[in-house]
Design a protein around this ligand. Structure first.
Ligand SMILES: [Fe+2]
Ligand SMILES: [Fe+2]
Length: 168
């Protein structure tokens, strides 16, 4: 059985992961509207990944005898200045999520909840990847300057991204 404190905090994180899915969908919608199909596809896959994160927490909470309580998902921005602006915001968002995961881990450590700590280890590692992939693409975009042929090449490359959830 999980503590009420951790149950509340994990529910909060489920909401943040679903907001992340929403945010990346809003980014995809902006990119689709600007005919950048590959970039849009990248953010749709990113959204699927966030949904997977939410469900990972959902399943864990259920297995531990906690109750899943879904709250309203915050409305994401729909307007962006440029593709670089989108990646700057996505990178910043992932850094924010890393902080949330770290806070959750701090709570699990404080409560000496080994099962939650073990589950969160996966998220700690995942956030390293999440931040790295956004930062890498942001740097590439800055090299290209956010326009020209390089953009078309990157759009094509990102159009091939796939997402396969790991086997549980
Ligand atoms: Fe996530
Ligand atoms: Fe993420």
């Amino acid at each position: 059985m999980i503590s009420k404190n951790l149950e509340k905090a994990i529910n909060e994180q489920i909401n943040k992961e679903l907001y992340s899915e929403y945010l990346y969908m809003a980014m995809a919608a902006y990119l689709d509207a600007n005919d950048l199909d590959g970039f849009a596809h990248f953010f749709k896959m990113q959204g699927d990944e966030e949904r997977f994160h939410a469900m990972k927490l959902y399943n864990f909470l259920d297995e531990r005898g906690g109750r899943i309580i879904l709250k309203a998902i915050e409305k994401p921005d729909h307007e962006f200045d440029s593709v670089i602006d989108i990646f700057e915001k996505a990178y910043k968002h992932e850094q924010y999520v890393t902080k949330l995961i770290n806070n959750l881990m701090d709570l699990a450590i404080k409560e000496n909840d080994h099962a939650t700590k073990s589950m969160l280890d996966w998220f700690v590692d995942e956030q390293v990847e999440e931040e790295a992939s956004m930062e890498h693409l942001l740097n590439k975009l800055k090299m290209i300057g956010g326009k020209g042929n390089g953009m078309l090449m990157l759009d094509k490359e990102l159009g091939t991204r796939t997402f396969t959830p790991e086997e549980e």
